[in-house]
Design a protein around this ligand. Structure first.
Ligand code: ASP
Length: 455
């Protein structure tokens, strides 16, 4: 039987282990906050007098505290990445961890609803249902997808691809259904791709962008969702800079939610379309060496890709500057076997780029997430590109016929040389094209669950 490693997670503020508290909520890059700290923070944010309740080395930052870290950039929330100027309050914990008032609120909502789902009027909706019966109500991440479920979705994507080749026909899978693209972060590819997918399936598609909606007038996420629901939305596709936002919406809506990227957390349809593109070119990925290169720490694309690639038996090699690699990544993934099996997920961390690329079958270059960088993680963009850029010379180390992927948008000349991006090995355009078929298959999947509920 495959060996699994037990890992203990701790609250980054009070240091308590997961079994000492009722709930530990994970942020990106290995930060956690427990239910006890969430309650203490809520109290102290409402009433400064209760500061005594805070754990040691934890306090609310005041105007007297510097807005910049000792070395380099702004003080940012370790959960959503917002700076102090962007939020009302920030709490600092030990070792440079921070949490903003908005993330405290979000964590409190999650904890309270888990404790008492009925009180929130959606007792049956605490989690996306398992796929045991071949339907999923939501698509929030791919961490619990099995190889057979992925295979079944790809078979449907093939059928959708065939339908897309007949531009004159529309399918009626989503006829009469309102689908809303709720985008709190910029996007071209993903938003347009979901829009085309929804329209091809016959849905009435509306796009809501943060700047154009009431969000700029201070409407909360839940209020927005209630409004959309009142207007008849059955499917909400959401992108947000806050990890966990799609999950929160899923708990407040009767319809289905598809995550189009949340913070550093997940981007499930991107991972599915990436794998689909690889499989269509190379066949099964079992035993293949797939290198994910670059800013892995901030990448929701990398996180979701690791789940799907390892579920199909590929070995994933994570390569990037040590400051941009999630700590203990290999152990974290290995600790969660592929659903329905005891197969260990094969993840290798290799910070040496030449060694990582040697013998690779696929190289997935990631965008350097400039908007999410924190102080001191990178010496300079120039140095990053010199050491970590995917150049034609470096690509020669990979296997003949190796594929190059990039989720877009590309920083050409930073993480990828244009000669590689537009060279023979590149399947970047195919990724974009395949995205529509994959999103159609994903929409059909959740629509199936919606149908079942209506029966
Ligand atoms: N478009 C992808 C995402 O939304 C990749 C990126 O932005 O770097 O995560």
């Amino acid at each position: 039987m495959a060996k699994t490693t037990r890992i203990t997670y701790r609250c980054s503020f009070c240091g308590k282990e997961q079994n000492e508290v009722q709930r530990l909520i994970a942020g990106p890059g290995g930060v956690y906050v427990c239910d006890e700290c969430t309650h203490a923070f809520t109290e102290v944010l409402a009433n400064a007098e209760s500061a005594l309740a805070l754990p040691a080395h934890t306090r609310v930052l005041t105007a007297a505290d510097p807005y910049k870290e000792k070395v380099g950039g702004l003080v940012r929330c370790s959960f959503c990445g917002k700076s102090r100027e962007q939020v009302n309050a920030m709490i600092a914990g030990p070792g440079g961890v921070h949490i903003c008032n908005e993330c405290v609120d979000l964590c409190l909502q999650i904890i309270e609803e888990e404790r008492n789902p009925a009180a929130h009027g959606h007792a049956e909706q605490t989690h996306a249902p398992s796929s045991a019966d071949g339907v999923r109500k939501h698509l929030l991440d791919v961490d619990d997808w099995s190889a057979s479920e992925i295979g079944a979705l790809f078979a449907r994507a093939d059928a959708m691809g065939a339908a897309l080749a007949r531009p004159e026909t529309k399918l009626d899978t989503l006829r009469g259904k309102v689908m809303v693209n709720l985008f709190y972060e910029n996007s071209t590819r993903t938003r347009v791709s979901f829009e085309l997918a929804g329209k091809k399936l016959g849905a009435d598609v509306t796009n809501v962008t943060a700047s154009a909606s009431s969000v700029t007038k201070g409407e909360s996420l839940i209020d927005t969702v209630r409004t959309l629901q009142a207007l008849g939305a059955r499917i909400v596709v959401v992108r947000s800079s806050q990890a966990g936002a799609p999950d929160l919406i899923a708990r407040h809506i009767d319809g289905s939610v598809l995550n189009a990227g949340d913070g550093w957390h997940a981007h499930p349809t991107q991972a599915l379309l990436d794998l689909y593109t690889i499989v269509r070119r190379l066949g099964p990925v079992r035993g293949r060496r797939i290198v994910i290169l670059g800013d892995i720490l901030h990448s929701r694309v990398a996180r979701s890709n690791i789940w799907t690639l390892t579920a199909m038996g590929a070995t994933v090699v994570l390569c990037g500057p040590p400051t941009l690699l999630p700590p203990a990544a290999a152990d974290l993934y290995a600790a969660r076997p592929v659903p329905g099996t005891d197969a260990r997920r094969e993840v290798i961390v290799e910070p040496h780029i030449e060694r990582a690329l040697e013998g690779a079958d696929v190289v997935m270059a990631l965008r350097l997430q400039r908007e999410r960088q924190q102080a001191g993680l990178l010496p300079s963009i120039r140095e990053y590109s010199a050491v970590w850029g995917l150049t034609p010379e470096r690509l020669k180390l990979a296997n003949p016929g190796a594929l190059v992927l990039h989720p877009g948008p590309m920083n050409e000349g930073v993480e990828i040389d244009p000669a590689v991006a537009y060279g023979d090995a590149s399947v970047i355009e195919e990724q974009v094209t395949n995205g529509v078929a994959i999103r159609m298959a994903a929409l059909e999947l959740v629509a199936g669950a919606d149908q079942k509920r209506g029966e």
